[in-house]
Design a protein around this ligand. Structure first.
Ligand code: ADP
Ligand code: ASP
Ligand code: MG
Length: 415
């Protein structure tokens, strides 16, 4: 019998009625002859509530023991509830089922609490239960460290749980969510967004890492590395209502129709830090980014330019919003050693990106991007490119305008 992993996100299990619909979708796959492992998220909003409680309990003051491990104990609990409820619902439908927490499988994770990575999955017990005809209902988002502590996989991490389990079981992975596939851009921002029938792992990876939260970035990395066939589907349907729909995430070679640009993504989780009057000599960048790296601050875009004054330069770089104040403190602490004039931070910025494998072989993509933004009066603050994407940093107030302008400029509403 073939195995199948089905994953349901927070809105898909938001209440008992939706959990019953999930159970019907699972039952349909069981009746179709699959051995099913289901991965569930916490009910919509639950993880945010749990995170707020941990904020309320307070971060450790300097000198006290930090509680990142206990943060994970709290926030992992939302998935335990939905796994239990879905297993109960399946049993009430007459299907043998049981819940599995990360530690029971086990899903071994590293000890980077709050953003742990999966090191290993030992699927033997899980596989044996599935062979015996039981539906395995797995709490997403959580694993266990080698010394037995609960670890969570970062926000959106149930996608990663699902793909990792699929890789370990040698099964395909269906990700059920509140949209019926991967679109050319976030359909909540641009109603003209089109569903992509297929998208390559590489494009999906860029889209996810540039802000399209429909799949967690790490889940796409795993799918690509282990060649897991992934489909993104709507859970808001009854079994059999939308056969064959959704988006298939697959190898580029499997996509016949070639597009230059496949999607537009945006992220508001950005902050820009500007340093003025830096001495213009070797070692300055190394001192700045070395200090940030030592503090685990992730830096994304970087630009440096000559200042008017001789022998000085200005530099701008971006970090995640939640790291902004920490980054400024780190840079300030290094000011005597580096010797710059001033530092400023701007949190009202957003990154908008266009993604497409066709960029490798076509010129003019950047030109169209800059032209479309200029026509709407959107000023570009920083630009960065890679082989298959171009990103610009803009004033956050223009995010939606920019996304829609770019979506139209590349004809994505006509696909
Ligand atoms: P889940 O709770 O099921 O994991 P998420 O909220 O994490 O769902 O992801 C689904 C959301 O991703 C959609 O509701 C949509 O607003 C957003 N999204 C952003 N970009 C895209 C895109 N390109 N295609 C589809 N959805 C997208
Ligand atoms: N419940 C977790 C979160 O909200 C994990 C997930 O939904 O994928 O981030
Ligand atoms: Mg998600």
């Amino acid at each position: 019998m073939s195995r199948l992993v089905m994953k349901f996100g927070g809105t898909s299990v938001a209440d008992l009625e939706r959990i019953r619909r999930v159970a019907r979708l699972v039952n349909a796959e069981v009746q179709a002859g699959h051995q099913v492992a289901v991965v569930v998220s916490a009910m919509a909003g639950k993880t945010n509530e749990l995170v707020a409680w941990t904020d309320g309990a307070g971060p450790a003051a300097p000198g006290l023991t930090p509680s990142d491990d206990e943060y994970d104990v709290v926030v992992a609990s939302g998935e335990q509830v939905t796994a239990g409820l879905l297993a109960m619902t399946l049993r009430n439908m007459g299907l043998p089922a049981r819940s599995w927490m990360g530690w029971q499988i086990p899903i071994i994770a590293d000890d980077a609490h709050g953003r742990a990575r999966i090191d290993d999955i030992q699927p033997e017990k899980l596989g044996a239960a599935m062979d015996a005809g039981e539906v395995a209902v797995i709490a997403g988002f959580q694993g266990v460290t080698r010394d037995g502590r609960i670890a969570t996989l970062g926000r959106g991490g149930s996608d990663t749980s699902a793909v990792a389990i699929a890789a370990a079981l040698g099964a395909p992975c269906d990700i059920y969510t509140d949209v019926d596939g991967v679109y050319t851009t976030d359909p909540r921002i641009e109603s003209k967004a089109r569903k992509l029938a297929k998208v390559s792992y590489e494009e999906m990876l860029e889209m996810a890492s540039l802000g399209a939260k429909v799949l967690q970035t790490r889940s796409v990395e795993l799918a690509m590395a282990y060649k897991v066939p992934v489909r993104v589907l709507s859970s808001f349907v009854e079994p059999g209502e939308a056969p064959g729909q959704g988006t298939i995430v697959c190898d580029e070679e499997e996509i016949v129709e070639k597009r230059i640009v496949s999607g537009v993504a945006y992220s508001r989780d950005e902050a820009k830090i500007s340093l003025f009057g830096l001495p213009d000599h070797p070692g300055v960048s190394s001192a700045i980014f070395g200090a940030l790296a030592d503090a685990n601050v992730n830096v994304d875009m970087i630009v440096q330019s000559h200042a008017r004054t001789a022998d000085t330069a200005n530099m701008e770089f971006t970090v995640g919003k939640r790291d902004a104040q920490r980054a400024v403190e780190i840079v300030r602490a290094a000011q005597p050693q580096i010797g710059f004039d001033d530092v400023a931070v701007n949190e009202d910025v957003a990154k908008v990106s266009v993604i497409g494998v066709g960029m490798r072989s076509h010129t003019g993509v950047a030109k169209s991007m800059f032209q479309a933004l200029a026509e709407k009066g959107v000023n570009i603050q920083v630009i960065s490119t890679s082989e298959i994407k171009i990103s610009v940093l803009i004033d956050a107030a223009y995010t939606e305008l920019a996304v829609r302008a770019l979506h139209a400029a590349y004809g994505l509403d006509q696909l």
